[in-house]
Design a protein around this ligand. Structure first.
Ligand SMILES: Cc1cc2nc3c(=O)[nH]c(=O)nc-3n(C[C@H](O)[C@H](O)[C@H](O)COP(=O)(O)OP(=O)(O)OC[C@H]3O[C@@H](n4cnc5c(N)ncnc54)[C@H](O)[C@@H]3O)c2cc1C
Length: 438
């Protein structure tokens, strides 16, 4: 809907302009906001419009290598846990693209991530409300939200949902200006980097980071023929993902409700204890690395991967032989490793929120400066009764470990739709819980 509105920037009134106005605008078109747009459907007065800085549909495109698999069931798609008849289900995607029989016959135990990325692109196309190539640099508030891209206002909205996702966390010692020090590459750029490089796989490569991304970087190097890979991790072991039934209890709506009402310090200690249910490495990935080592040792008398857990990289700098990493060992003492190439896989952090300073002032924050998130994922802020501002994938400390994952994506979206519609548009049922949490 096009409307003539007056847009103000930080108090200074700009000339009247014609900017599309929406009931709900979403920034980011990753799985979180795609799920919301898919579920909003007939329950809201208008379709949800999304803006994303990427030039087209793309989901962690640098991390879709062979054997990259989803860590959760495909039933936990954009919609099915709350609305299995929704046309944007993964099952409907497989049927309408004609791949259902081939997919079933391939007998995957876990869906290839490249298939999930295709599903998301299909869903975005079906929705038809995603605007790509819009880097939102500021969100302001006048009597409505004003969304600004690099060339000015792109939309105004009554309500806003930020689904900005995460970006790689890079330790200070690997940074140089706005980029990385020479010889270092982000795990998500490793494949492209190796494709560009004309050199045969030779010399030592170090992978820093003991999570799934680090493990997949190691797998990628093994497949490309590297035979001298050092894998450093800060934890004292390369911990597998706990996918057991008690671990998966944490990824149920009932547990989220329980978790939300716990005191802050209890939530934080539980999160630390539950870390491996989310941040551990898939068993398949670990098995593949150990098997590659075993077989290479049988053939060549030498294993390609040296596992170095309990190492904290505290300094990095160029040495005669390449990039040197100084590590503090958890077991005591220091050591140095040097390699021609260092792959950074040191976790992710929330993407920056493009709220204007004036809007940020109106938002209630915690001690760490993070917005306070209500149980329905809305932010506590000055005009929240008339204009809701929601945060997706930013509630790890309030809603638990399911929040940054795909597991309860559709449940979170359903709760946001209910809040926007101001009624129980979706009923979230989670019966037969056998664990008494309190
Ligand atoms: C390699 C990888 C694999 C993963 N695999 C799994 C898995 O198997 N199972 C699981 O449960 N979880 C997984 N996760 C974790 C998580 O589920 C995903 O990161 C998921 O993509 C999060 O969805 P999202 O929509 O919140 O964020 P994202 O997918 O990151 O999407 C955010 C979008 O917002 C856009 N954006 C950000 N800021 C702006 C801005 N200012 N203006 C315009 N656009 C903006 C970005 O371009 C991006 O497209 C994985 C994470 C990674 C990194």
């Amino acid at each position: 809907m096009k409307q003539s509105v007056t847009v103000e920037a930080g108090g200074a009134r700009m000339p009247e302009t014609t900017t599309p106005h929406h009931f709900v605008a979403g920034i980011g078109a990753g799985p979180a906001n795609l799920s919301l747009a898919a579920l909003a459907g007939r329950h809201l007065p208008e379709r949800v419009v999304l803006f994303d800085r990427q030039s087209g549909p793309s989901w962690h495109s640098g991390m879709l290598g062979a054997d990259a698999r989803l860590q959760n069931s495909w039933i936990k798609d954009l919609v099915s846990l709350v609305d299995p008849c929704n046309r944007l289900s993964f099952l409907n995607y497989l049927v309408t693209t004609g791949r259902i029989f081939a997919f079933l016959n391939a007998q995957f135990t876990a869906v290839p991530r490249v298939e999930y990325a295709r599903y998301l692109a299909w869903a975005a196309g079906e929705l038809g409300t995603v605007h790509y190539g819009v880097d939102v640099v500021e969100v302001d508030f006048t009597d409505r939200f004003v969304v600004r891209g690099r060339n000015g206002a792109v939309a105004t909205a009554d309500h806003l949902v930020l689904g900005l996702g995460t970006r790689p966390r890079v330790p200070e010692c690997f940074r140089s200006g706005t980029g990385l020090i020479e010889g270092a590459v982000l795990a998500e750029h490793l494949d492209a980097h190796l494709n560009r490089s004309e050199a045969p796989p030779a010399g030592q490569v170090i992978v820093v980071g003991g999570g799934q991304t680090g493990a997949e970087a190691v797998q990628c190097l093994i497949r490309r023929g590297y035979r001298d890979i050092r894998w450093l991790g800060r934890r004292h072991w390369f911990a597998p993902l706990d996918d057991s039934p008690p671990a998966n209890d944490f990824y149920r709506p009932t547990y989220q409700k329980f978790f939300y009402q716990l005191p802050d310090e209890v939530r934080r200690s539980y999160l630390a204890e539950q870390a491996y249910t989310s941040d551990g490495i898939s068993l398949d990935t670990l098995q593949e690395i150990y098997r590659a080592n075993y077989e290479a040792f049988l053939r060549d008398g030498r294993a390609p991967v040296m596992l170095l857990p309990g190492r904290d990289v505290v300094r990095a700098g160029s040495t005669g032989g390449g990039l040197g990493l100084w590590c503090e060992r958890g077991s005591g003492g220091r050591e140095r490793h040097t390699a021609g190439l260092v792959v950074i896989a040191t976790g992710r952090e929330p993407a920056p929120m493009p709220l204007s300073a004036a809007l940020h002032e109106l938002v209630e924050t915690d001690n760490a400066g993070e917005p306070l998130i209500e149980q329905d994922y809305s932010v506590r802020w000055k005009h929240s009764t008339a204009h809701k501002l929601f945060l997706q994938n930013r509630g790890r400390f309030t809603h638990g470990l399911a929040d940054p994952n795909l597991s309860l994506l559709s449940v979170r979206s359903a709760m946001i739709v209910n809040s926007l519609a101001d009624r129980e548009a979706y009923t979230i049922r989670d019966e037969q819980v056998y664990t008494m949490w309190a």
